[in-house]
Ligand binder design. Structure first.
Ligand code: HEC
Length: 112
């Protein structure tokens, strides 16, 4: 009976609660906060909710020396392309304080 209760409780846990965070994301949280959503200093950017392709571009830039920042060069230096893709998708999918308004052509400046 006890065993059946345990199995039933496990089934109630959301799978995502375990599966999501890549192992290497733990190091990032030291500065960017849990899930990249709460940086420890105002000059450290929020990662949560940014576009995955932007995060990926930034990380490749730090790693390959196109974007210069001593702290992030050290962080990104050992990341493989697969790590970068995984981390970027993970942080892009996290809830955070950022908001990107949708841009409607009608409300922008007219080209005429
Ligand atoms: C020691 C603190 C620290 C750690 C650890 C750290 N970062 Fe950063 N990160 C920074 C700082 C500071 C910046 C801003 C650098 C700049 O001005 O270009 C930054 C910038 C970034 C950016 C660019 C964001 C943007 O809006 O342009 C990305 C992406 C990023 N970090 C990802 C990561 C990932 C992924 C990890 C873990 C592998 C990580 N960081 C670990 C401090 C850190």
């Amino acid at each position: 009976m006890k065993r059946i209760t345990c199995i039933a409780l496990l089934a109630l846990l959301p799978l995502g609660a375990f599966a999501q965070a890549p192992e290497k994301a733990a190091a990032c949280a030291a500065c960017h906060g849990e899930g990249g959503a709460k940086p420890i200093l105002p000059e450290y950017p929020v990662l949560a909710g940014q576009y995955a392709n932007y995060l990926e571009h930034s990380l490749r830039g730090y790693r390959d020396g196109e974007r210069k920042n001593a702290i992030m060069a050290a962080q990104a230096g050992a990341l493989s392309d697969a790590d970068i893709r995984e981390l970027s998708r993970y942080f892009a999918a996290q809830p955070g304080p950022l908001y990107t308004p949708s841009v409607h052509a009608a409300s922008g400046p007219s080209a005429e």
